[in-house]
Design a protein around this ligand. Structure first.
Ligand code: ZN
Length: 463
């Protein structure tokens, strides 16, 4: 025990120095130190973010019995030798740039990634593959010991259930490469954080996939304006299902899980919702009173995402002279999908002066929505559309200088505020046996949700 303490102290002193000289080694060392002192870290920020020195590093920590100290000390000794780094492949990656980003300086490994038929697949196909490298901790980059790359299953029919694992490993005979198809697992995870700058900075901190953030914004879209109204101090918690590959949440599309429960605290208001599916019916989100969160109208035709959240419109004289301008302008990149906010029938689809490519949808009760400046139209006049249906894509046709969606909501020909309409529109409410089942399920989910917001322990910070 004394011996271990001694080792730990030595290691900490070493970690200090290392961190000062090489900030990138921070994550690996913190993990090791936390393990040694009898806690497990949950939600250590990925290395790419450690570089940007998060202001509010939060770790949910939890005590475990201090067993196997000798093994931990041994593992710690290994950490002094080896570094683990994670990243994603990029479309611009070459064997060299990829290895450099992972802290590898190894011409042999670089040549192996270019020439070995199995290893070459790492750099082919779609980017966004999950990388994990083990190297020696040599200043300026070490020799590659192991590289594990996880990507979607090679067989399209198995993309939802399996992943491809390519392992490059240094053996006594040199580098080897192996490709396997491995089943993914479904896990329930919790994520919670407080906003200090932007929502996505906070969700990154909580290691939430963007798809989960999008779902959270969707479930509370009638309570909070996620595009404009997120403030420092707002906080959130979610419980979600995620597909994992070797215990790591899968980040590629097509394998994202569902948010089961969520809470968003915005200013003084606390909003909570849980997922519930009645047998034989479509599932949806409900508040804890059993009232559906999904309304007859959605507040926005654009799904909230990392790109739409920060995409500001550039105003231009053309827009200022468009006198008839009424409605809401939503800045978004060219090609962003546009969805109808409610069930209805397409009453116009085509080109109109200032509007450019425009779709008009007529809904029940004399209500009408207009989607203008589209780069592409995906529906024909007369088509029946359901809420959320894809009707086109953001563009800059008509009197627009930059890509944005011009959106109008009219009730009996008069312009109204779409968010107010969405908020006030009809929702479903559970009753009878469904309500009893809902109460049971929601109690459990709510407990899990509160569990994911456990008090945060000592902040792990390295200055
Ligand atoms: Zn407009």
């Amino acid at each position: 025990m004394n011996n271990l303490g001694e080792k730990a102290r030595l290691h900490l002193a070493h970690a200090d120095l290392t961190v000062r000289r090489h900030p990138k080694t921070f994550s690996a060392i913190v993990t090791a130190v936390l393990t040694l002192s009898g806690v497990t870290a949950f939600g250590v920020a990925p290395l790419s973010m450690v570089d940007s020195t998060p202001k509010n590093v939060q770790m949910v920590i939890e005590s475990v019995s201090p067993e196997g100290l000798a093994e931990q000390a041994e593992a710690l000794a290994d950490y002094e030798m080896l570094l683990h780094r994670s990243d994603l492949t990029r479309s611009t990656d070459t064997a060299d740039s990829l290895l450099r980003r992972l802290g590898v300086s190894d011409p042999e490994a670089s040549a192996f990634l270019r020439k070995n038929p199995v290893a070459r697949t790492i750099l082919s196909g779609r980017p966004g593959k999950m990388l994990r490298a083990v190297t020696e901790s040599t200043p300026g980059g070490g020799e590659l010991q192991e590289l594990i790359v996880r990507s979607p299953a090679s067989d399209a029919a198995r993309v939802g259930s399996h992943f491809t694992r390519v392992t490059v490993r240094r053996t006594e005979q040199g580098l080897t490469a192996l490709s396997e198809q491995v089943p993914m697992k479904i896990e329930t995870r919790g994520g919670a954080a407080t906003v200090t700058s932007t929502l996505f900075a906070a969700t990154d901190e909580a290691r939430m996939p963007d798809n989960i953030t999008g779902q959270m914004a969707g479930m509370f879209e009638n309570d909070v304006d996620f595009r404009k109204d997120i403030r420092p101090g707002d906080s959130f918690a979610v419980v979600y299902e995620t597909m994992t590959a070797d215990g790591e949440p899968v980040t590629w599309t097509g394998a994202a899980g569902r948010v089961l429960a969520g809470r968003f605290i915005h200013g003084k208001d606390t909003h909570e919702a849980v997922w519930f599916q009645e047998p034989g019916k479509k599932g949806e989100y409900y508040n804890l009173k059993g009232q559906g969160k999904q309304k007859a109208f959605m507040a926005s035709p654009l799904a909230f995402s990392r790109v739409t959240s920060g995409f500001a419109m550039r105003f231009h004289p053309i827009l200022q002279t468009w006198r008839a301008h009424l409605g809401v302008d939503l800045g978004a990149p060219m090609g962003t999908p546009v969805h109808t906010v409610g069930n209805g029938v397409v009453s116009f689809s085509g080109v109109q002066n200032g509007y450019g490519n425009v779709v008009v949808v007529t809904h029940s009760g004399g209500r009408e929505t207009v989607y203008a400046h589209l780069s592409r139209i995906d529906v024909n006049k007369g088509a029946t559309v359901t809420q959320g249906a894809l009707i086109g894509a953001v563009g800059a046709t008509g009197w627009a200088t930059g890509p944005h969606l011009h959106f109008e909501f009219k009730v009996k020909g008069t312009q109204v505020d779409p968010t107010q309409i969405a908020r006030a529109s009809e929702a479903s409410e559970l009753s009878g046996p469904a309500r009893v089942r809902f109460d049971q399920q929601s109690r459990q989910l709510h407990a899990q949700l509160l569990d994911s917001i456990r008090p945060v322990g000592k902040l792990a910070r390295v200055e």
